[in-house]
Design a protein around this ligand. Structure first.
Ligand code: NCD
Length: 315
């Protein structure tokens, strides 16, 4: 999707990581790394985005993504507007574009958008004023670019060179935007081996996830892996009848501490959150020494700072 880039090659919108080149991704990660602070340090308090207004427009539930976009914007000095779509005039029949034009009339620079319907971020990006950037905070099952970046940053921090790594993405791959964006980022960054590990019902079609190894049992999928990324079952994206029963799913596909011993001894365990403990992941693993789940959350703020800075840079 070339419309994400300006003519000079800089990032104007961030809708998908697909098609962005390695240099651009590495620059974003390098910049994000400069914003990382340990929890006993004061977070960044800068004025780089002073005078910039960021609106968060979320049409689906969110805790981490929304909070971190807001903190990222504020810590760089931007003004932030949060709109809950279910409380906005869209429930009165206003179209997304009219909502966007309305916000734009109040002087808006960045629109952070989470949408259940595919294609909406690109549609909005095609209609906003030239100075406005659209950043996706999750689009249907298709894309969650800042999540892909924060996952890549976390792996890079813990494991260094991605070329030697075996990364297993496990669970409901078919309905997961997190899996797709992680795959885009990790493939572009030259990851040694990317495995998608899912029961047949959650395995995407053969045209999707090109180049990934496929496994239909978790034991085979995580064997020798350096990184295990667990995913929540996306119940909201499937008919109620096809949602597996929790106990059966855990016994067949959940990450228990016993199973974790199949992976590399120093393997890290990731999860984008929200977790369903006892379904895709055992609490002992989620809270255990190999878990980097809260490091992912911390990195989310840093990555979103870097993205907001990148899309507003030329102003
Ligand atoms: C994910 C999402 O919304 O795509 N959460 C997140 O942004 N960290 C994953 C999920 O909902 O399972």
């Amino acid at each position: 999707m070339s419309q994400q880039l300006r003519q000079d090659g800089s990032l104007r919108h961030l809708i998908t990581l697909e098609g962005l080149d390695r240099t651009l991704l590495e620059r974003l990660l390098d910049r994000a790394q400069t914003y990382v602070r340990t929890l006993d340090e004061r977070p960044i308090n800068a004025q780089l985005l002073r005078g910039i207004t960021v609106a968060n427009l979320f049409g689906e539930p969110s805790t981490r993504t929304r909070a971190s976009f807001e903190l990222a914007a504020r810590r760089l000095g931007a003004e932030v507007l949060n709109l809950e779509v279910h409380l906005s005039s869209r429930t009165k029949g206003e179209t997304i574009l009219d909502t966007v034009y309305t916000l734009q009339a109040m002087h808006l620079d960045v629109l952070v958008l989470r949408e259940a319907e595919p294609g909406v971020p690109a549609l909005v990006a095609a209609h906003v004023a030239p100075h406005v950037s659209v950043v996706s905070a999750g689009e249907a099952h298709l894309s969650h670019p800042t999540q892909g970046l924060l996952d890549a940053l976390t792996i890079r921090q813990r494991k260094g060179d991605l070329r030697r790594l075996k990364v297993a993405i496990v669970g409901d791959i078919e309905h997961s935007r997190v899996a797709r964006s992680a795959w885009h980022a990790l493939a572009t960054l030259g990851t040694g081996e990317i495995r998608i590990v899912a029961p047949p019902a959650f395995m995407p079609g053969p045209a999707d996830f090109a180049g990934c190894a496929r496994h239909e049992t978790i034991d085979a999928g995580i064997r020798g892996a350096d990184v295990i990324m667990m995913l929540r079952i996306q119940k909201e994206r499937m008919a109620a009848v096809s949602v597996p029963d929790a106990q059966t799913y855990f016994s067949q596909f959940g990450l228990s501490s016993e199973r974790l011993t199949l992976a590399a001894r120093d393997a890290i365990v990731m999860h984008p959150g929200p977790m369903n403990r006892g379904i895709e992941i055992q609490s002992e693993v989620a809270d255990g020494p190999q878990s980097v789940i809260l490091q992912q959350v911390s990195n989310g703020v840093a990555v979103r700072m870097a993205v907001l800075e990148a899309v507003t840079r030329r102003r």
